[in-house]
Design a protein around this ligand. Structure first.
Ligand code: MN3
Length: 199
């Protein structure tokens, strides 16, 4: 069964002015679509053809003969996850269990500083994450396509820091993109869903 590009969970212009319709048009319609197409071409007619995305990611991680499958499968998963990490009029204060988890990483202000530092400090392409790892909540960053699933962690939140995620709107100003993501786009309800799965 071929993989398909999931629709965005909101209209393309819904995240403006923080992320433009043009950015989502390219990022979802071209970049995310390309990972889906590449993955389908790589697994077609192979024993991997009927594996789930999650199975493909775990089975191909650090296998040099399956680098292409890992990179494309993980990027399909990462982008679908990323779209759900954002919503129109997002940001604000987390509540309930998520608020408690954020307190454990030092409170909302420190969380934003540390998440932004991880994202800005990721040299080249990659992702910044909030993850649950063996009962601990922590901020991490990964290069290229690597994700918490591959590392045996549960992803709670991510921000894409590949240049294609922000260049049309922010050019080289990655920190400004992160600030907008943290203050105006985070979907804390999605973080809460992910946190409940980690428990
Ligand atoms: Mn991307």
């Amino acid at each position: 069964m071929a993989f398909e590009l999931p629709p965005l969970p909101y209209p393309k212009n819904a995240l403006e002015p923080h992320t433009s319709a043009q950015t989502l048009d390219f990022h979802h319609g071209k970049h995310h679509q390309a990972y889906v197409t590449n993955l389908n071409n790589l697994v077609k007619g192979t024993p991997q053809e009927n594996q789930s995305l999650e199975e493909l990611i775990k089975a191909s991680y650090k296998d040099e003969s399956k680098t292409g499958i890992f990179n494309n499968a993980a990027q399909v998963w990462n982008h679908t996850f990323f779209w759900n990490c954002m919503k129109p009029n997002g940001g604000g204060q987390p509540s309930g269990d998520v608020a408690q988890a954020i307190e454990k990483v030092g409170g909302l202000h420190k969380f934003k500083d540390d998440f932004k530092a991880a994202a800005v400090g990721q040299f080249g392409s990659g992702w910044a994450w909030l993850v649950a790892d063996k009962g601990q909540v922590k901020i991490t960053k990964t290069a290229n396509a690597v994700n918490p699933l591959a590392e045996g962690q549960t992803a709670l939140l991510t921000c894409d820091v590949w240049e294609h995620a922000y260049y049309l709107d922010y050019q080289n100003r990655r920190p400004d993109f992160l600030q907008a993501f943290l203050d105006h786009l985070i979907n804390w309800d999605f973080v809460a869903q992910n946190l409940s799965k980690a428990r």
